[in-house]
Ligand binder design. Structure first.
Ligand SMILES: [Zn+2]
Length: 68
């Protein structure tokens, strides 16, 4: 097992580019979770009202411009 725990601040020139890059391989931004609206099928963020039809949990909770 490789012991590379950084216990205190290390000047950046003391950490090689390779060590820095190897450490940062685990720092990734993951893709946002997308679900589909049960009302209209549009891709929406979970636990949020649909921006297309304004429905959440089978009820219309916000008025959208398209309906008016
Ligand atoms: Zn919808």
């Amino acid at each position: 097992m490789k012991f590379n725990l950084q216990m205190f601040a290390v000047p950046f020139r003391r950490v090689s580019k390779t060590a820095k890059r190897q450490r940062r391989t685990h720092l990734k931004k993951d893709a946002p979770t997308v679900t589909t609206c049960k009302q209209c099928g549009a891709p929406i963020a979970p636990h949020r009202a649909c921006t297309k039809c304004g429905y959440y949990k089978g009820k219309e909770v916000i008025k959208t411009k398209e309906e008016n």
